[in-house]
Write a protein of this length. Structure first.
Length: 68
């Protein structure tokens, strides 16, 4: 069973990936693997941020309608 991914854990892992890559002591294959993982993490985090922003906009719109 796949573990459910969350924003905070993904962001922490992304920081770890970047740290490994910045050291500069990886083979080309390892660097590519970290890069691919990092791109996936960035996409996931961007998606979660967009989803959260949309939910906030809906809540604010509802609040504005109730208070007009």
């Amino acid at each position: 069973m796949a573990k459910k991914q969350n924003f905070e854990a993904s962001l922490t892992r992304l920081e770890e990936v970047v740290s490994h890559m910045e050291k500069g002591d990886l083979s080309l294959d390892d660097m590519l693997n970290y890069f691919q993982e990092g791109i996936g993490l960035v996409r996931f985090c961007e998606g979660k941020l967009k989803e959260t922003e949309q939910k906030i906009e809906v809540l604010l719109d509802d609040w504005k309608e109730e208070n007009e």
